[in-house]
Design a protein around this ligand. Structure first.
Ligand code: MTE
Length: 341
């Protein structure tokens, strides 16, 4: 990533939200019995504000924010974490989404008009059942899970986020992969009219668009890999990758491609955006590894993003595979992780 040193931040809320506070809000939503069906896309931001107990001060800008809609979901025990969850406003206003600009505050500022309905996502390639998914209709039929995951950016900062989604494996299985399917490639929408960073190389950080990512098929089938449609009990805001993105908690955040339109199974390792941009800095695997430094900075520790972005945050040691060693170490047995970074 292009690292910018920034003195000023759009954030003004203090620290992270204690998990108990986040849970109280969430139970309020669930207690009111609000599911996806209870709202149309027209739920007003003001209404959601009042629902969340006067979160007005948590709105990062005074511009009209895109609407998010409460979702219903289960909370599998295996994916709850007993550590403080990042404040919602911090996670939704300190972002990387270069299609809207390379500064952390650009996505929340410039993505609010991004059209995410209707949205289709194709699944193609080495599959017996290629098909097109109408994402919003599909979403209504999903049993969504809430998973609280650590989120570690290659830039050495981290958050803890309650995501909503389904195992990526469910979607891949529904396409019936052939025996030649060794890798899965993902692609973000290409629409320079809506995405200012795609229209200007300068604004878009000089990377090539559309943004593309990839996984080995066994990584994609790992139960931790999540196709994500929401966070904090609601649909994803545009700056976080609405309407559908990847979340891979054991990998650096750049693997978590946003606003996906294509999933393609293939027999060859697919190209990935940051690897094309700087191969010596960003590998295909990008597993969180405190023992393998980025050529320009250490990965041994990370800043926990809170008030004031990087400058208001505390440092903590980074965990191997971001703390998910038990679930994923087997995928990389026998591989030299310095070579396959
Ligand atoms: N996906 C697209 N299409 N474009 C991007 O610029 N940035 C990546 C990833 N997915 C990015 C993307 C990076 S570098 C990170 S760290 C995460 O999104 C950030 O996700 P967040 O903003 O929800 O924290």
């Amino acid at each position: 990533m292009r690292i910018h040193n920034k003195k000023k931040s759009a954030l003004s809320e203090n620290k992270v939200t204690p998990e108990s506070v986040y849970r109280q809000r969430r139970h309020l939503v669930q207690g009111l019995g609000l599911g996806a069906a209870a709202f149309s896309n027209g739920a007003s931001a003001g209404f959601l504000d009042s629902l969340f107990g006067g979160d007005k001060e948590t709105q990062p800008t005074t511009r009209a924010m895109a609407k998010t809609v409460p979702l219903t979901f289960t909370q599998p025990k295996a994916y709850q974490l007993d550590i403080p969850v990042t404040a919602e406003r911090v996670a939704t206003s300190y972002n990387n989404f270069y299609e809207f600009g390379a500064d952390k505050s650009d996505p929340v500022r410039y993505a609010q008009q991004f059209k995410t309905r209707p949205w289709t996502m194709t699944i193609s390639g080495e599959v017996d059942n290629p098909h097109t998914i109408d994402v919003w209709a599909w979403l209504e039929k999903q049993q969504l899970e809430e998973r609280i995951y650590r989120h570690r950016c290659v830039e050495a900062w981290s958050m803890v986020i309650p995501w909503l989604g389904v195992p990526l494996a469910n979607v891949i299985k529904a396409a019936n992969p052939t025996s030649k399917a060794k890798y899965v490639a993902f692609e973000t929408l290409y629409d320079p009219e809506q995405m200012r960073g795609q229209a200007s190389r300068f604004i878009g950080g000089g990377i090539e668009y559309p943004y593309v990512e990839g996984l080995r098929i066994d990584e994609a089938m790992n139960p931790l890999a999540m196709l994500t449609v929401g966070m904090y009990g609601k649909t994803l805001p545009p700056q976080n990758g609405a309407p559908v993105r990847l979340v891979l908690p054991w990998k650096y955040g750049f693997k978590g491609i946003k606003s996906i339109v294509h999933i393609h199974l293939t027999d060859k390792q697919p190209p990935t955006t940051w690897n094309k941009s700087a191969a010596s800095e960003y590998g295909f695997y990008a597993n969180v590894n405190p023992q393998v430094d980025h050529p320009r900075w250490s990965q041994a520790s990370e800043r926990v993003i809170a008030e004031g972005g990087l400058f208001g945050s505390e440092r903590q040691p980074t965990l191997m595979f971001n703390g998910y060693q038990e679930e994923v170490a087997e995928l990389y047995r026998g591989m030299d992780l310095r070579k396959f970074y």
